[in-house]
Design a protein around this ligand. Structure first.
Ligand code: IPM
Ligand code: MN
Length: 389
């Protein structure tokens, strides 16, 4: 069903979140000039700083508005020294609350290095990996594993003696994330940069952990029965961390349980030039929330310095997801135009923020990309599509 108009809730959150969401909005508005699909953008306040002032994580009615939206764009949450009475970070409800509450079971992290982007390993800015060799998508399970709300503690006489975090791996949870990963591999015929093979790598610790043995057996069954044309590949998570860095070209799609996926996706961000370029989609069957994954970066808050490209990538993923979900090619066209603009501006090197050795501000980078989308044509598909699917 094509709707023609979509409700998008922006959750700027804390720290640098509002700065990057502001730029994301600027770019979205530039994209929508003279275009038929309308995104109605509503901002909802919430997060740790909001909690500090008002004693609640959300503005009144905010959670309900986010829940009803067609899609959510989140900035970042978390502020030093502000936590909830249960010890969780304030702002937890906006991230984990939405992931669990809306059943956003797939945390999708494309990892693509754009031409023109440098790595920062140590103090130097240099190119370590070639752009054509870094183009993968990691699927992280997002609603169970070690993040399951199955925690406990044993206190006696006021002293905590034992704490427990129970890792829950279910059949339903494993099947649906694994299926998503294989579907992605099927939908991107280009395959891995190394050899063009469509491949899904199962990241686990099945040499030790029961839950991982179950996850891997589920991976094998689904792969064999439903996706026989896709290569099945395996990596113990410890070894994966070094293979990822040594031979990123081998990877096309990878799938992992929640906590392991959390760790390896931050590492993968180094391949694409740092957290400033890393965007994630929290995707369910009915709802989705997109975010730059760099967090609130309190040290940089209010300085107009951080890199907004992760947010532009998150906006592109959001357009792609909405376009697919509502079969709306005009949204997919906007997505393609945004990808083309991002690629052009990065290749020109005219919007590099401090993390890339440049001195362009957050808002100037937003201006450059907004200008570029006004004159952009869709990137040659299907490659642009592949990033967000
Ligand atoms: C992420 C973040 C979150 C997580 C935090 C903010 C709860 O690190 O999206 O990767 O641990 O999942
Ligand atoms: Mn993380």
């Amino acid at each position: 069903m094509t709707k023609g108009a979509y409700d998008v809730v922006l959750l700027p959150g804390d720290g640098t979140g509002p700065e990057v969401v502001h730029e994301g909005r600027k770019v979205l508005e530039a994209l929508m000039e003279n275009s038929s699909p309308r995104l109605h953008l509503t901002e909802v306040q919430g997060g740790a700083q909001y909690y500090q002032k008002h004693g609640s994580e959300w503005e009144p009615g905010g959670r309900e508005r986010a829940t009803k939206a067609d899609a959510i764009l989140l900035g970042a949450v978390g502020w030093p020294g502000v936590s909830l009475p249960d010890g969780n970070i304030a702002g937890h409800g906006l991230v984990l609350g939405m992931r669990f509450g809306l059943d956003l079971y797939a945390n999708v992290r494309p990892c693509k290095l754009h031409a023109g982007v440098l790595h920062r390993i140590g103090k130097e800015f240099k190119q370590v990996w070639r752009p054509e060799n870094v183009d993968m998508t990691i699927f992280r399970e997002n609603t169970e594993g070690l993040y399951s709300p199955a925690h406990g503690e044993l206190s006696r006489g006021g002293a905590t003696e034992v704490v427990l975090d129970t890792r829950i791996i279910t059949q339903k949870g494993s099947e649906r994330i694994i299926r998503r990963a294989f579907e992605k591999a099927r939908a991107t015929p280009k395959g891995a940069p190394e050899d063009g093979v469509r491949r899904v790598t199962c990241i686990d610790k099945s040499n030790v952990l029961k839950g991982c043995q179950f996850f891997r057996a589920t991976f094998d069954r689904i792969g064999r029965e439903e996706f026989p044309e896709i290569e099945r590949d395996y990596a113990y998570v410890d070894a994966f961390t070094q293979w990822l860095i040594r031979q990123p070209e081998h990877y096309h799609v990878a799938v992992a349980t929640n906590m392991m996926g959390d760790i390896v996706t931050d590492l993968a961000a180094a391949l694409q030039g740092g957290m400033g370029f890393a965007a994630g989609g929290n995707i369910g069957d009915e709802h989705a929330m997109f975010e730059p994954v760099h967090g609130s970066a309190p040290k940089y808050a209010g300085k107009n310095q951080v890199n907004p490209f992760a947010t532009f990538e998150a906006v592109a993923m959001m357009l792609g997801w909405l376009g697919d979900r509502y079969h709306d090619p005009s949204l997919l066209e906007l997505e393609g135009r945004l990808h083309a603009a991002i690629e052009r501006v990065l290749a020109e090197g005219t919007a590099m923020t401090y993390d890339q050795g440049g001195n362009v501000t957050t808002s100037q980078a937003g201006d450059r990309v907004a200008e570029a989308v006004r004159s952009s044509k869709p990137a040659a598909s299907p490659s642009a599509r592949e990033v967000a699917a």
